[in-house]
Design a protein around this ligand. Structure first.
Ligand code: NAI
Length: 294
């Protein structure tokens, strides 16, 4: 509650209101996490149903994590679903978490820049698109940083702070301070293919998909990984990330990291089987996202 809030403000003294665009797997959870740590948050998506789902998820999270009904109510008051993007003009920090595609991201930042305060820090949660490319549509790309969260946000401590060729030191410092204020660990990385984590993770996930393509059972692959000590197998992890996101990231990184995009991944995405979020990917899931045995 109050002490967390003070703690947060002391470190990221100039950030009070965070606006997040895209309320999917990542945007919703980043918004919920930041609100639970005392920040005022507006969460924008063009799909009302997606915003409604995020509000429900926020309520469930606050109820399970915060100490009493008053703390839950205060967190809900700080958490604003925002269909039209009204929160933009009050934001000190804007985090973009929309589809992993260059065109839409550039278009969004071009439009954003017209609406935000001149001192607002701009951030992208991109997993694979070079920051310089996203920043091409900005008049001032020096205030754009990557804030790369991992899924699930509430469990994963690390946040990659991505420096583009034109990112300013001041922007990086504010991004680090914000990350600390929400009790996550900032890791500085350059805007290089896959940054640090996905450079290691993507080849691993794609090799696992290739094993499945070659006829090895999904549970065999996943059990080998969990017995080795991984918290989740690579196939279930791909489903959790979202197969469409995996495909976009794999395509973006296939050249620089010399990884092959498995045909199986393309097929599942073409069929609308996007993993946990769509109820079906390599595994099937119930409506709460719980895995049903294959
Ligand atoms: P998602 O597909 O779950 O959500 C994207 C949301 O953005 C959708 O709700 C969609 O309606 C909304 N949207 C799209 N265009 C919009 C626009 N112009 N204005 C407002 N809303 C818009 O995607 P997810 O998985 O949350 O990924 C978002 C970003 O985060 C991507 O850049 C991805 O690479 C990155 N990321 C994803 C991770 C994952 O595990 N899924 C992990 C780390 C980063």
């Amino acid at each position: 509650g109050e002490s967390l809030k003070r703690h947060g403000r002391a470190q990221a003294h100039d950030i009070e209101h965070v606006h997040i665009v895209g309320a999917g797997v990542m945007g919703a959870d980043i918004a919920i996490w930041a609100a639970s740590k005392g920040f005022r948050v507006s969460l924008q998506d063009r799909e009302p149903a997606i915003l409604a789902r995020a509000v429900k998820r926020a309520y469930g999270f606050f109820k399970s994590k915060l100490k009493d009904a008053r703390a839950v109510q205060e967190a809900m008051d700080r958490f604003m679903p925002d269909l039209e993007g009204h929160g933009l003009k009050r934001a000190d920090l804007v985090i973009e978490a929309i589809v992993e595609k260059v065109g839409p991201k550039q278009e969004l930042f071009r439009a954003l820049e017209q609406k935000v305060r001149p001192q607002a820090l701009l951030a992208s949660n991109t997993s694979s698109i070079p920051l310089e490319v996203i920043g091409e549509s900005l008049q001032d790309p020096s205030r754009l940083v990557g804030l790369h969260f991992f899924n699930p946000v509430a469990k994963m401590q690390l946040v990659e702070i991505v420096r583009g060729a034109r990112t300013s030191e001041a922007a990086l410092a504010r991004a680090r301070a914000f990350t600390g204020a929400i009790e996550r660990l900032p890791l500085d990385v350059k805007s290089s293919p896959g940054f640090l984590v996905n450079r290691i993770l993507m080849p691993y996930l794609l090799e696992a998909v290739k094993l499945v393509e070659e006829g090895v059972g999904v549970t065999t692959v996943d059990q080998a990984a969990t017995q080795f000590g991984m918290p989740m197998g690579p196939i279930e992890l791909a489903d959790t990330v979202g197969l469409d996101i995996c495909l976009s990231v794999a395509e973006e990184l296939s050249g620089p990291l010399q990884v092959e995009v498995p045909a199986r991944l393309r097929e599942l995405v073409a069929q609308g089987q996007l993993g946990r979020k769509s109820g079906r990917g390599f595994y099937a899931y119930d409506k709460h996202g719980r895995r049903l045995t294959p």
